[in-house]
Design a protein. Structure first.
Length: 309
């Protein structure tokens, strides 16, 4: 623990047995029980500090030994309904990166739309003839066969869709939704009021995560600049508070994108690259260790995930 500090990356926190669990990538969630156990362990073993405090430590060359920062990406409603009460129970600070264009809406990210369509495909018997040719090609490239588990297929399909252009992805999703229309049962993103309730405690900081969760290295520079700056402005305008931190969607960035984040007025940006935060660290390439249920089922597994490079 003396090697430096750690930044942890969470996405969703869901109760065991949640009805849509089979349609979520394993790397996207932890159960509420797992999350609480992890928070209890962090409270005992680490000095859990805010992201702003970590930046202050870096600037003043103060030791980061045993220091840990908790972050959440996207702005899921379960960050408010399930994670926030547990954070409050243990009086732990955290930073939540918001995708501004999804707050206060019933919109879903494209991976969730894809998963919902594939869920309907599973229920119809998984016939290859039901899928658009472009989708079948992606699944074949990802080594997917129709007899594999739904979780495996969805995980590989999302990975394959990330490798194609935004335009191609949108086109294929539209084709899928015409074949497998699915309605939205529940709101999955936070409202601005819920965000405001969390920040009112003084322990929750906010960061920006673009407007639309686009992959910044797959769009023109002018559009990336707009996504970065507008997300900051929207959150600041809605909540009347400064937004100083940025998270690259899916961890996709280039030196040019980092420069755009700097120019937008952010103080730091976090990635999805694993590693320790140490003195001399580039503040716009801060590493984070992704945490999900499979790596946190026991205290030993969780500590292994945190401490082993």
């Amino acid at each position: 623990m003396k090697q430096g500090g750690l930044i942890l990356m969470y996405h969703r926190v869901l109760p065991a047995g949640w009805k849509g669990m089979h349609l979520i990538q394993p790397g996207m969630y932890v159960s509420t029980d797992t999350f609480e156990r992890e928070m209890k362990l962090l409270k005992t073993k680490f000095n859990v500090i805010s992201l702003g405090s970590m930046l202050d430590y870096l600037k003043t060359e103060r030791s980061l030994s045993r220091c840990c920062v908790i972050t959440f990406d996207d702005g899921w409603q379960d960050t408010f309904t399930h994670a926030f009460p547990i954070l409050e129970r243990y009086k732990l600070p955290a930073t939540v990166f918001l995708t501004s264009g999804y707050m206060n809406t019933d919109r879903r990210f494209w991976p969730d739309e894809l998963a919902a369509c594939l869920g309907e495909w599973f229920s119809r018997g998984r016939g290859d003839a039901l899928l658009p040719m472009g989708v079948k090609r992606i699944l074949e490239k990802e080594g997917v066969t129709s007899h594999q588990s739904p979780t495996f297929i969805i995980d590989r399909a999302i990975g394959g869709f990330k490798k194609i252009s935004e335009t191609s992805r949108d086109t294929l999703l539209l084709e899928l939704k015409e074949i497998f229309p699915n309605r939205i049962d529940d709101r999955v993103m936070m409202t601005w009021q819920e965000v405001d309730t969390m920040t009112a405690t003084g322990r929750i900081d906010l960061g920006a995560h673009t407007v639309s969760h686009c992959l910044l290295d797959q769009i023109p520079p002018w559009e990336a600049k707009k996504e970065i700056l507008q997300s900051k402005q929207e959150i600041e305008s809605r909540l009347n508070r400064s937004v100083d931190y940025f998270a690259y969607p899916n961890g996709n960035f280039t030196p040019e994108i980092s420069d755009l984040v700097r120019e937008a007025g952010f103080a730091a940006a976090v990635t999805t690259r694993r590693g320790w935060v140490h003195a001399g660290q580039d503040l716009f390439e801060l590493p984070r260790n992704g945490i999900h249920n499979d790596v946190g089922k026991t205290d030993a597994l969780f500590m292994w995930r945190l401490l082993i490079r």
